[in-house]
Design a protein around this ligand. Structure first.
Ligand SMILES: Nc1nc2c(ncn2[C@@H]2O[C@H](COP(=O)(O)OP(=O)(O)OP(=O)(O)O)[C@@H](O)[C@H]2O)c(=O)[nH]1
Ligand SMILES: [Mg+2]
Length: 554
């Protein structure tokens, strides 16, 4: 487990809130460096990632069930009445897919688990990429029948680039699928990671009886429960008992496991943290098989928060004064209250209720009022939060995705990735008398990053252009405008496919080019839109000095 270095401050208390807001208690207890270090070392913060449909939301539900954070597992596909905690949005429930990432916090053993379920669909990958900047590890799901799918490979590449350790779960072993050893070869060949299975299945895909725990050789036998709603009973047996019970299936599993051992595929903490190996577990999220083992592995091997790199090239130790950054904005979680929540990942120090912190972007104070611990759409107020925690900050109208917040010693964390949009549409209110609702919705969707909102004097405020990485984002915008903001809209697709950054002095000349249009994004950037590469080339030839730069992706 990475140990943070000692903070460079003189006294041994983590700076507490200098001022407190409104109803919050004014007497913040002294929280010592030791407390922060202890609390940080208990934290496990990770994302669940994969191609759509591999079972992320189902696994998230199963993890919460096994940690006893929920009593009964809901279904992501709506086959039974209850829905999963992480797919809380009505559109997610209607379609059976995740559209937005969802955070859950719960305890297991002595650990505090911060889990973020991410959407697998490529159209929502900007959200997923941002989540990956806020976690210390990732659980990569592989559908046993499909192996490593396209979007999983893309997300794997991001994790590799960022040095995020990966735990692999081969899911859906309750159904016929690929051979287990073949899957290991596939992981090694396609990712370069050495798979180091911690459990190995007894019974082929579709005949899932249990797993060998490769660390102690014992057999964990699963028993199915009705519809997978409750924790599947596990029986632990000695190898002798297992042989008697399962016969050939046991023999095959142990032989394969020995083969792996001979090829050096045993877990190694150092190479795992260095992103060279990946522990592998087998399971069935929908039947709750193998979920306890995953929770134990998360607690035992997943890293706790480490010092975090800052823009200035240094790192901020976890026990330094409070700092956090916003990786997601979300509204509409509670229809009764028109609220807007900023999801922040705490990087150092302690968050105390009512703290007034500084926003690094504006240099202005931000009164936190209070923070919420989030569980899907449910929330509870927290008094203290520590490094690794994901908290929802209320009252966040002035915050933006990527903002760093800090106390005492200033710090700024690197900007979050943004994607260049490739799809564009004009949005108009169906009922022009609802202009106020329309404007509020447009602003909100832009602030959350559901879509990017572009404007120009030519088009006017009644017809903003929405820009997206993928077209499904438009459907979400359209749906939320109607249901949440009470302003049904029409969307007309535009024939642009490329957006390049330009500067104000080029607006007129670029607008004069056939098929080219310049619009301004909320963050002030000017974007020149082109229908295709060919047009970019011809405009560049005609205006060789024009500023036309790719939108930076980090
Ligand atoms: N047979 C079987 N089906 C599963 C298992 N896990 C999930 N499923 C089913 O697979 C489908 C997709 O599950 P989800 O949990 O929504 O998948 P997801 O990865 O969250 O999908 P996105 O959020 O859209 O990326 C649902 O019908 C689940 O019931 C499993 O272990 N076995
Ligand atoms: Mg999902």
């Amino acid at each position: 487990m990475p140990q943070a270095t000692q903070a460079d401050q003189a006294d041994d208390t983590v700076a507490s809130a200098p001022t407190t807001g409104g109803a919050a208690s004014a007497t913040a207890p002294d929280v010592t460096v030791d407390t922060v270090l202890t609390e940080a070392s208990r934290r496990r913060s990770f994302a669940v990632i994969s191609h759509p449909d591999a079972g992320k939301s189902t696994l998230t539900e199963a993890l919460a069930l096994h940690a006893k954070a929920i009593r009964e597992a809901g279904r992501a596909d709506g086959k039974t009445g209850k829905r999963t905690v992480s797919d809380w949005m009505d559109m997610e429930q209607a379609r059976g897919i995740s559209i937005t990432s969802a955070a859950l916090q719960f305890t297991y053993r002595d650990a505090v688990i911060n889990l973020v379920d991410t959407p697998g669909h490529a159209d929502f990958s900007e959200d997923t990429y941002r989540v990956l900047s806020a976690v210390d590890a990732a659980v990569m799901l592989v559908d046993a029948a499909k192996g490593l799918e396209a979007q999983t490979m893309k997300l794997f590449a991001v994790c590799k680039h960022r040095g995020i350790p990966l735990i692999t779960v081969i899911n859906k072993w309750d159904r016929p699928g690929k051979d287990a050893l073949e899957l290991m070869d596939e992981i090694q060949e396609r990712t370069g990671l050495v798979p180091t299975p911690l459990t190995w299945p007894v019974g082929i895909g579709g005949d899932f009886r249990g797993v060998v725990d490769r660390r102690d050789g014992r057999y964990i036998r699963f028993t199915r429960t009705d519809g997978g709603k409750t924790i599947a009973p596990e029986e632990v047996m000695t190898p002798e008992e297992a042989l008697e019970r399962e016969g050939d299936a046991w023999t095959t599993a142990t032989e394969e496991s020995e083969l792996l051992e001979a090829s050096g595929a045993d877990h190694d903490q150092e190479t795992f943290l260095a992103g060279q190996t990946t522990p592998v577990l087998f399971g069935s999220a929908v039947q709750n098989f193998g979920v306890h083992a995953l929770l134990d592995v998360l607690v035992d091997v997943a890293p706790s928060p480490a010092p975090r790199p800052t823009v200035s090239g240094t790192t901020r130790p976890v026990e330094a004064p409070f700092s956090a950054f916003v990786f997601k904005m979300q509204a509409g979680m509670d229809t009764a209250h028109r609220d807007r929540l900023a999801f922040a990942r705490i990087c150092s120090g302690v968050f105390e209720r009512g703290m007034v912190v500084t926003s690094a972007r504006t240099g202005r104070p931000f009164a936190t009022k209070y923070a919420q611990q989030v569980f899907g759409r449910e929330r509870t107020i927290v008094d203290h939060a520590y490094p690794g925690d994901v908290v929802g900050l209320v009252n966040a109208a002035n915050l933006r995705v990527g903002d760093t917040l800090y106390l005492d010693k200033s710090v700024e964390y690197p900007p979050l990735p943004t994607f260049a949009p490739e799809h564009f549409a004009v949005m108009r209110a169906k009922d022009v008398s609802r202009y106020k609702q329309f404007q509020r919705g447009v602003m909100q969707l832009g602030a959350e990053g559901v879509v990017q909102v572009l404007r120009s004097d030519l088009r006017g405020d009644q017809a903003p252009v929405l820009a997206a990485v993928g077209p499904m984002q438009f459907e979400v915008a359209e749906h939320r405008m109607a249901t949440e903001f009470n302003s049904p809209v029409t969307l007309d697709r535009l024939q642009y496919e490329i957006a390049l950054r330009t500067t104000p002095e080029w607006i007129d000349q670029l607008n004069a080019q056939l098929g080219v249009e310049v619009l301004q994004r909320e963050d002030g950037e000017h974007l020149a839109l082109f229908p295709d590469r060919w047009r970019v080339t011809s405009v560049r030839n005609r205006l060789p000095d024009a500023v036309l730069e790719p939108l930076v992706a980090t």
